[in-house]
Design a protein around this ligand. Structure first.
Ligand SMILES: [Zn+2]
Length: 239
């Protein structure tokens, strides 16, 4: 099991947001069992009140053209990556099969468990992977544990930490900070969860400001990742 307080021991590298602009602290990698975190900030740094709902032009996920197969062109690399982000490692995808990643929701309230199921379906549009919301991870699976934290959140509404072998992610934990998320709109909360699950699937922050994998998300963020994220997954996992 992951230790819920894992982000505090071993002085892990931390990706933290503060206020409107998320800052990134690049972490030093020391080989195995590295713990890192990534986060999305709360609603534009204005957690108490702030803009609330009904922002026009957002909130309706739109279909995204996704690659037809998990086959990367020769020399394909990830695109539009925020250079300030510290990279997350990929899972070890079995050749010729989709990568299966389980997201355990047994510790979540119904609202957030529902968003995890939605986000899993969104990311599973990728031909490279199958993201599945489960009650408890099956033995030996690629497992991401989701948990809630009702404490103060340093202007963060989500955080992801992981252990890796140096080359591959081995397990991960996503912490949802319910103080800001309980006030977020459904759209905003879903965007946060899609964002953190994107990290847990191997994606780094994007430069595109409106994309859900940008370092800043809020209630107006379209929770559906843009096509570049899906081509990046092919670049990461494609054969
Ligand atoms: Zn992030």
């Amino acid at each position: 099991m992951m230790d819920g307080s894992g982000s505090n021991h071993g002085m892990p590298a931390v990706r933290r947001c503060s206020g409107t602009i998320r800052t990134s602290l690049a972490g030093a990698a020391f080989g195995c069992a590295l713990l890192l975190t990534a986060c999305t900030p709360s609603d534009q740094g204005n957690p108490s009140g702030g803009p609330t709902r009904g922002s026009p032009g957002t909130g309706v996920p739109s279909p995204v053209q996704t690659p037809g197969a998990c086959v990367a062109a020769a020399g394909a690399t990830v695109q539009d990556i925020d250079p300030e982000d510290s990279p997350v490692p990929p899972w070890n995808k079995p050749a010729g099969q989709e990568l299966m990643v389980e997201f355990s929701t047994s510790q979540l309230s119904a609202r957030y468990a529902g968003f995890v199921s939605e986000a899993a379906a969104i990311w599973s549009e990728s031909p490279c992977l199958n993201a599945v919301a489960v009650q408890a991870c099956s033995t030996g699976s690629n497992c991401v544990l989701l948990q809630e934290d009702a404490s103060r959140s340093r202007n963060t509404d989500g955080e992801m930490e992981w252990e890796d072998s140096g080359d591959y992610m081995e397990s991960a934990t996503i912490t949802l900070f319910t103080r800001p998320l309980d006030r977020a709109t459904d759209n905003g909360a879903l965007a946060t969860i899609v964002h953190e699950m994107g990290h847990a699937l191997g994606l780094d922050h994007r430069l595109a400001r409106t994309d859900v994998m940008n370092s800043v998300t809020d209630n107006t963020t379209n929770p559906t990742p843009d096509a570049v994220n899906f081509s990046n997954l092919v670049a990461i996992y494609g054969s």
